[in-house]
Design a protein around this ligand. Sequence first.
Ligand code: B4P
Length: 318
Amino acid sequence: MGIELRETIASTYAKSIESGDVHFFQSDSKKVKDPTTGSQYLITHAPSLLRKPERGDEEAEKRNPFAEPEPQLTVSEDLYGLGEYKLLLNKFPVVPKHLLLVTRQFKPQTSALSPQDLLTAYRLLQDLDDDDEMVRNLVFYNCGAPSGSSQDHKHLQVFQWPEKFLAFQDRLCSGKEHFIPDMRSEPLQDPKLSFAHFVVPLPEDPDTVDEELLAMTFVSLLQRTLTFFQDWSNEAPKLETGYNVLMTRQWLCLVPRSRSKSAELDIGFNATGYAGLVLVKHEDVWGKILQEPHIVDRLMLECGFPNTSGQSSVEYDY
Ligand code: B4P
């Protein structure tokens, strides 16, 4: 299935680029290191994205693009014959062959991932990753408006991981075995980072990964993520729930989000920012981040919540 699917994606993408159905945005990328946290960031500058309609713009609000997706962008009408998902090409990618895993029936983008969503995403990673060619992919889910999502129909996204790039989640999980966080064991969290994040390594042997394992792992991370919205409800009762989910074959990570955009600099983040993949549209923001990469960690905190490393979930849970 893997090779066949990869070939269908490649040919659908090539045709849609040629016909103009996919609008690929050119960008420049630079890898930088945050000297304070040791994190790597891949900063991608795509100024032409400023012309793309955004959430709230009249043009962007007109229709649900996933209700009747364009046939030219459709890789599969019914992925894996489950009757649940379509696999589409992203119409506005910055990375080639950027995919969307979209529910066939309308479901809200504020809903949690189901066990089937998780296993289907993991299956896609298995089909798209190629260890011999060092090809790795990232699945992400922007849940709720503060997470940076712009479409309200439930969709996960998949794109190829940048070459030779190590996220903080990779460092954190290196050499660690899978576990399901419980009362005695907390998810991994890097104490050097300013923002809260919950990471668990996934098993090396894919045969041991099933719906139950993924669902139990996800729920343990989600419980901790949702406590932020309970904790803060007295201070900020209107705080909308939002979080990012990031998954590779090596780990699963959830990040609670307080806002989609920074007030300090004109930049917004979706899940990819929390893997260190920072998309910048404005020239002045690009310049500032390259000059002082540690700004990213500050912005992540501004759009997230404070790190809780070293505290057990009962200390910040109620
Ligand atoms: P959402 O989860 O709702 O939003 P998003 O990916 O954060 O993208 P957004 O729309 O806010 O765009 P942004 O300028 O930040 O996903 C909805 C997805 O549906 C979007 O990816 C959108 O492109 C796609 N879409 C909309 N209409 C469509 C249609 N008719 N058919 C098919 N797909 C449609 O980011 C611009 C682009 O860069 C996005 O593709 C985004 O995913 C990508 N991106 C963001 N950060 C990135 C990074 N660090 N590296 C590489 N790419 C990145």
